[in-house]
Design a protein around this ligand. Structure first.
Ligand code: HPA
Length: 272
């Protein structure tokens, strides 16, 4: 894996010709358009990058976009990799290590998620305060990559507290409602059952989804600051009397896109 990470890093560095991104962004289902608004953008399709992976899900483009926004240089992933696609969690989280090698200090991770907390509404944006790794895996299983971090990394403050506080404050001052909560990862690709969602609520989850946790564990391992934002695209299974589908997820993500863009812009203004 180290060889693949280094190969991918060298290729991207070469494409960027001295441009150094400070912020990484992982854009989830239906949220990838944000990267179309970066200035002086350089696009790097994943399929061109030696050692990299190729994404397979509808609504994910499969490329890095590097460019400027709100005074920051950003490397955005338009499309991410999921455990349910058959990749290992080591693979799923590999782009975060490539970002680290490129000089990224902070990542902003987004996802679509099902609302478990019954006080949430469809379309709400949730700042992730913590997570529950219910995926049955961990991206750090295997030999420790000492160049990136410790064998037994601390996870007590994985979603960087001072960034969360700042984002809540600026969102409030802009009259944007952000709810806060715990994100619980299930593997997917099947949506959860109502019984699983009742369990999720009992163990302290506010939202459930099929991504993010491998990437944020690896980011925390290597000392990258993290902001995580979930778009509550639907209420989770059994909360409402309605079946779930991917189309609804994409539709809700689309509907709240303009607010999401504002929140991401605000996030860029507060990252140090
Ligand atoms: N469950 C899991 N992942 C999801 C959901 C959900 O309800 N909605 C969007 N991603």
């Amino acid at each position: 894996m180290i060889n693949r990470i280094n190969e991918s890093t060298e290729y991207i560095k070469n494409e960027l010709k001295g441009i150094k991104p400070d912020v990484g962004m992982i854009l989830g289902s239906g949220l990838g358009d944000y990267a179309d608004n970066l200035e002086e953008a350089i696009t790097i399709p994943y399929r061109n990058i030696p050692g990299f992976l190729v994404s397979t899900v509808d609504g994910h483009k499969g490329q890095f976009v590097v460019g400027k926004r709100a005074g920051k240089t950003i490397i955005a992933m338009q499309g991410r990799f999921h455990f349910y696609e058959g990749y290992t969690q080591l693979e799923v989280s590999m782009p975060v290590r490539v970002m680290k090698n490129l000089g990224v200090k902070t990542i902003i991770v987004t996802n679509a998620a099902g609302g478990v907390n019954t006080s949430f509404a469809e379309g709400a944006l949730m700042l992730i305060t913590d997570h529950i790794n219910y995926s049955g895996g961990n991206p750090l299983i295997g030999p420790n990559l000492d160049d990136f971090g410790l064998r037994f990394p601390d996870m007590t403050q994985i979603y960087t507290p001072h960034l969360r506080k700042k984002l809540i404050d600026v969102a409030k001052s802009e009259n944007i409602d952000l709810v806060e909560g715990v994100y619980m990862m299930f593997t997917g690709p099947s949506y959860e059952t109502p019984a699983e969602i009742r369990m999720a609520r009992i163990v302290g989850a506010d939202a459930v989804g099929m991504s993010t946790v491998p990437e944020t564990i690896v980011a925390a391992h290597t000392g990258i600051q993290i902001l995580g934002i979930s778009c509550i695209t639907n209420m989770a299974a059994g909360v409402l009397d309605a079946p779930l589908n991917h189309l609804e997820v994409m539709e809700t993500a689309n509907r709240v896109k303009s607010t999401f863009v504002k929140v991401l812009d605000l996030a860029l203004t507060i990252v140090d």
